[in-house]
Design a binder for this molecule. Structure first.
Ligand code: FPP
Length: 246
């Protein structure tokens, strides 16, 4: 890996948590007069490569927006393809995850997923539960507003039960009720395909995250570009709203 790194890359200055909105599979296929499904297939290859690179670099958390709550509105055949690609990914990456100490995690409205996908996911999460080299979080049937609404509901119930005092409610109390309670907030968000929006992804968690928007369509996103983006992240001056007087 070290020989592939761009000049000036600092292996000790990496984000702890990288989150990615993988976008542009459909346009990639359309440009080639192919069915959108082909774009998702090629997109899965990119997922494999990014997971591998992230693990090799020693970045401890990677979260991928693989399917949003809004994606259920896509044609049935496309949804079915995405679900089967997900199952294929879980099967083909099993060895990789076990051999490289990767723990699989999934967040979102998982009970909306087909039973087959859910059981494969659960099996893989159980099998990798003891791994501590990297947490790979797949965001599936995920929507940030639903996640926040669910958290507010849980907090409100605890308030009515007298388990939480509304006067002393903190942002940590809210964060503890999100799907991401066990994850640090992302340090870096990458969105491919040139779209400049968040599309209902981790609205709470991205408050101080560095954003990089790439024009590259997800199937064309390479390891080289990923490394360049990580280098750009290293050059950002993160102040978290404070003054940096150095
Ligand atoms: C956005 O492209 C991508 C998705 C909705 C799904 C992402 C899925 C994968 C990368 C493959 C399967 C996932 C895993 C984890 C193996 P788009 O279809 O919205 O592209 P478009 O905006 O060009 O139409």
């Amino acid at each position: 890996m070290s020989s592939d790194l761009p000049t000036g890359f600092q292996t000790e200055l990496l984000p702890v948590h990288v989150a990615i909105i993988m976008d542009g599979n459909g346009r990639w296929a359309k440009k080639r007069l192919m069915n959108r499904v082909k774009g998702h297939e090629r997109g899965s290859e990119t997922v494999r490569s990014v997971v591998r690179t992230t693990r090799k670099l020693g970045i401890p958390y990677l979260s991928l927006y693989a399917f949003s709550t809004e994606n259920w509105e896509r044609p049935k055949t496309e949804v079915a393809t995405l679900m089967s690609l997900l199952r294929r990914f879980l099967a083909s990456e099993r060895e990789e995850m076990l051999g490289n100490n990767i723990r699989l995690n999934a967040i979102g409205e998982l009970d909306r997923l087909p039973a087959t996908v859910r059981s494969d996911l659960e099996a893989m999460m159980v099998e990798t539960a003891g791994n501590n080299g990297m947490v790979l979080t797949l965001c599936l049937s995920y929507g940030s507003r639903d996640e926040l609404t669910e958290a507010m509901r849980a907090v409100a119930i605890k308030v009515t039960q007298g388990l939480l005092d509304p006067a002393s409610l903190s942002s940590d109390d809210i964060a503890r009720h999100l799907y991401t309670a066990d994850l640090p907030d992302p340090d870096l968000l990458i969105r491919t395909s040139g779209e400049l929006r968040l599309s209902n992804f981790m609205l709470w968690q991205l408050a101080y995250t560095e954003f990089v928007f790439s024009p590259t369509l997800w199937p064309d996103f390479t390891k080289e570009e990923y490394l360049e983006i990580l280098k750009m992240f290293q050059e950002r001056d993160r102040r978290f709203g404070r003054v940096n007087d150095t």
